[in-house]
Design a protein around this ligand. Sequence first.
Ligand code: ADP
Ligand code: MG
Length: 489
Amino acid sequence: MSDRKGPGSVAACDGLPWIPIRLAPWPDGGRRVAGQAGMQDTSSAIWSQVKTLLSEEISPSNLDIWLGEVALKAVRDGEALLEVPNRYYGDWILDNYQAPLARAFGRILGRVVTVRVVENDGRKASAETEEGSVPSRKGGADTTHTFGWKGRPNPEKRFDNFVVGPCNDFAHGAAQAVSDFPGGVYNPLFMFGGSGLGKTHLLHAVGNAILRSTPGARVVYVTAEQFMTDMVSALRFNRMPEFRERYRNQADILLVDDVQFLGGKRGTQDEFFHTFESLLNSGRQIVMTADMLPRDIEGLEDRLKTRFASGLNADLMPPDLETMLAILHKKSEELGLKVPHDAALYIATGVGQNIRELEGALKLLSALMAMYNEPLTHETVVRRLPHLKAPERPVVTPDLVLRTVARIHNVKVEDLKGPSHQKSLVRPRHLAIFLIREHTELSFPDIGRFMGGRDSSTVQYACRKMAEMRRKDPDVAAILDLLEKNLKS
Ligand code: ADP
Ligand code: MG
């Protein structure tokens, strides 16, 4: 009679059973207290202002998920009483939003406010109509809600289109080993590294490889954020049993992306911990990624840090230029671009060490070339992608050094070059000689000639002396720093 599939039923498209949740919106009746309409109006006005303030700190989707169903029941004696759909919900709000809520109330009410939550007492009565029977579709008010995970690994991200270099071969090897022996010794596998270095790609690659060798495997890909959103939905709609069943019993391989997101989210961490334990204890494979080591994730419970690090940790490092070029050629081939070597170098050095940026630049290039119907040459690439140009470092010339030193010491350039051994000239002259030596290509004799025909040994002496003073005398070090800053700006 219903299209609702219980846990354990056969999957739809993603290899996993899915659980549509249909229910009517939270009944409004539970919130309003008869005879208190005036107070309700004030409360709802305050509440809407509070939410406006919160929108500065909380994303619209989170605001909607967490606070959309919450009402302000009362404000009294420095206390704001929030009415929440159920206990989990309230705990979560207090765990995660207590401080922003208190701040927002404080700003609006002009006093220190403690935030408390109370379960919606109208809920029980209204829940009875909801439970047991599936609400009718006729009403038009019911919303169909499914857990939002996409579930399946992205078929585009595979081992065969992942370029291996010294920067990622360890993580790549670990990911392959896990694909060959899921649930084996590398469990959990924790891959970490900076943004755009291929963590997510490898995570999907593991899933795809396992699906290929074991087509029936239940491989689940989820971001940590998605895990939280799913949990929040489950809490909101009182579907935690299904949520748990799904994550703990319906996944053979759980791929969790960006677990650093869990930092500071206590409620989610708790749930994740139990999911994790349950999967690991039944020999299922878990692979995670993060932008740092578990121990460095701020606000991550110790027990999770320990668990995350208990298998194999594999890092991804920024790619060297050769690997960048190899990736560039692979990707440009896929895009049907033939990038000449000099243009490839320009792009690879221009995007820094970020593969995501590299991909973006190539896609943009492909679009621009098609749009302008130009040949792909170094010149056109530089013209179309000028933002990749390395910032031009000003060239330091001996003249520039002299002018800068003269300006800052308030002396004349000619005097610095001249013969006078006046005290006010000797130190600036030595500084100038040292800086010319450090920042230009001039040899000792060249510098001597440039400085009004001085001896090479005099120049060497000045350089040695300044180098030593820079180490020993903080005043000299400060002056040299200042001069260098001026030279480079
Ligand atoms: P991360 O998750 O570490 O931020 P991604 O895995 O999303 O990075 O990688 C960014 C983009 O670069 C993706 O499109 C990915 O396919 C691609 N990419 C990263 N590393 C490689 C690689 N070694 N070979 C081919 N493509 C790569
Ligand atoms: Mg990623």
